[in-house]
Design a protein around this ligand. Structure first.
Ligand code: ATP
Ligand code: MG
Length: 408
């Protein structure tokens, strides 16, 4: 793909989400594994598929809101009931909890969508007048990479609560895609539903375009000869590669992550699928846009900052300092460092002969500047990662790698 195409908007964006991903899912033995049917995987050829929708009575749903744009709220919450989309694979899945009840609700018009890189979050394609562009994040209870992709009431509640909370983060390079509306059918812990994610970043700045971070370094499945977008960007802007990547990409990602973690106790999972680089019309990176707000919260950090815990569940559910440290390390050292920065490093070394130690040292400096008290929260001299072979869905089963952290 040509970098200039980024300025064409939605079509180019979807192309990156689906096809500029070659070689990006190698960060763990489970990263490229998926139980989603081929036709629903992002890399497949079909331009779209239809979500099944039903009209759910208002008194049977739990509704969560973080200041959704009125056009979207009106689109989903209608006088006759709530528009409730279901992934077609989930609709056909007799094992999906409560699916018979949902099938019995009055049908509504299907929604044509295209998958994004996460598979279970899809872009709504045909917008009715007055309905702003949006994504729908769905309950898709099959294993995609490491986890079973359920979307339970707790995930929905917490995503929307985090969305509200992030409105308090005022940091130049920070923005997010708001999961501003959530619906679960029923009210119990097993209830599941969907999230509506606005396509417009908050805070909004006009004349900007998004590049999913993995597309900066991944190959283009349909045009293997295309140089990575990051390489095209460096050439187009005529910049010195290492300072550019530190100042415009890695540095802002570390600064945003540390600021949100320290100020709000929210551990954004800023890996390359959950972060997007916002560029201006000249393709100059301006901000980091974050998505996927179903993340760990550190209750200790919230308490110290004098903030409430409007989230369901036990936050990080860590009882000991060691467990807290394991979580911080997993998110920063693995999700940002290993799943993302390591790939950028490969480009910097391979294309420009960059000095690996110098790149790491610059990032470490930025990390220390934005997280001066990190020693209290991170394990000294080692990193934690998911234990491979651990029981599925046990998000907290971590193992000490006994290896020095390379990015802090
Ligand atoms: N470079 C990448 N790094 C991490 N995950 C990736 C990458 N490319 C694709 N993915 C896919 O994206 C998903 C990441 O999981 P994660 O929990 O962040 O997302 P999600 O909650 O399913 O959806 P969303 O990010 O849309 O809210 C996985 O399905 C994984 O296979
Ligand atoms: Mg994600």
């Amino acid at each position: 793909m040509e970098l200039a195409a980024v300025g064409q908007g939605a079509r180019a964006f979807l192309y990156m989400e689906r096809y500029v991903i070659e070689g990006a899912k190698t960060y763990s033995p489970l990263a490229s594994r998926t139980e989603a049917a081929v036709r629903y995987q992002p890399e497949n050829e079909a331009p779209s598929f239809g979500l099944v929708t039903v009209c759910a009575p208002r008194d049977r749903v739990s509704l969560f809101q973080a200041d959704p744009v009125p056009g979207l709220l009106r689109h989903f919450v209608r006088p006759e009931g709530v528009l409730f989309p279901v992934h077609p694979a989930t609709w056909r899945n007799d094992a999906a909890e409560g699916i018979e009840d949902i099938r019995a609700l009055p049908p509504s018009t299907p929604i044509q969508v295209a998958p994004t890189a996460s598979t279970r979050t899809v872009l709504a394609l045909e917008q009715l007048q007055g309905v702003p562009d949006h994504y729908i994040k769905l309950h898709y209870p099959v294993r995609i990479s490491r986890f079973n992709r359920e979307l339970r009431l707790k995930n929905i509640h917490n995503s929307v609560a985090v969305c509200s909370d992030l409105a308090h983060v005022l940091f130049d390079s920070f923005a997010y895609l708001p999961d501003s509306l959530g619906v679960a059918l029923g009210a119990g812990g097993r209830a599941w539903g969907f999230l509506v994610r606005e396509a417009r970043a908050r805070p909004f700045v006009a004349g900007r375009f998004l590049i999913p971070c993995f597309a900066l370094y991944a190959g283009d499945l349909k045009h293997p000869e295309s140089p990575p977008l990051l390489v095209q960007m460096i050439a187009r802007l005529g910049v010195d590669p290492v300072p550019f990547v530190i100042d415009r990409v890695l540095g802002p990602i570390v600064a945003c992550w540390a600021t949100v973690a320290r100020e709000r106790g929210i551990l954004l999972e800023s890996h390359a699928q959950n972060t997007l680089i916002e560029v201006d019309r000249d393709m100059v990176p301006r901000r980091v846009v974050h998505r996927d707000l179903d993340v760990w919260i550190d209750p200790g950090a919230r308490r110290r900052a004098g903030l409430a815990m409007p989230f369901l569940g036990r936050g990080m559910a860590a009882d000991t300092d060691e467990e807290v440290q394991g979580h911080y390390s997993l998110v920063y050292d693995q999700f940002l460092g290993h799943h993302f920065f390591d790939y950028v490093l490969v480009i910097l070394k391979g294309y420009y002969g960059a000095d690996e130690e110098l790149v790491r040292a610059r990032v470490r400096e930025i990390f220390r500047r934005f997280f001066p008290d990190a020693d209290r929260l991170f394990p000294a001299g080692t990193m934690f990662k998911f234990r491979n072979g651990a029981p599925p869905d046990s998000k907290a089963t971590l193992e000490d790698m006994r290896q020095a952290p390379g990015w802090r």
